[in-house]
Design a protein around this ligand. Sequence first.
Ligand SMILES: [Fe+2]
Ligand SMILES: [Fe+2]
Length: 196
Amino acid sequence: MRQRERMTQASAQVWLLSYYRAAELRGADLLGRLLRKTDDPHLHINLTRHFADEARHAWLWTRRIQELGAAPLPVVDGYQRRLRQYVGLPSSVLELLALTHVAEERVQQRYREHAARPGEDPRTVAVLQIITADEEWHLAWIETWLAGQAREYGSGQIVALLDRYRALEAKAYAELASEEERFGITLRSSSERPRP
Ligand SMILES: [Fe+2]
Ligand SMILES: [Fe+2]
């Protein structure tokens, strides 16, 4: 492999991991916002553990970027910013947790796809696997909480909210994925790519 090609691959990797890091940090921000919005003690326990996980994920990516001999790149137009362009900024605890759940579904799918990418560095795969294991609990506890809300307020409202967020999130993600492809990063199968 030529030196220039190696350098391009390394910078694409740092670019990608900086996006992951920024998304984890924004995820932690959103959980901090949720913590300030509720005084439900049970919710506080899960939200605090979840908040700590997302902050740790951001650190794992920071350390991985350092291992690559780089520093995290500033990210101004990351996943959550694009998501906000489509969804806006929900204000209620229910909406914020429903949106968090939809974003977590994406993270889980995305990190699994990335870990399966042929030729990926095993150190990056190891981080992806650690995070994916935590994300399972993130999805599970919010799902349980949403099921409780559905029992109280009716499942129709929750299902409609999740469906609406999933549709908007898919648009935001497609936009980001197209940009990645311009950077030479392709994780998705051709059938999932947006049509021009
Ligand atoms: Fe995370
Ligand atoms: Fe998460």
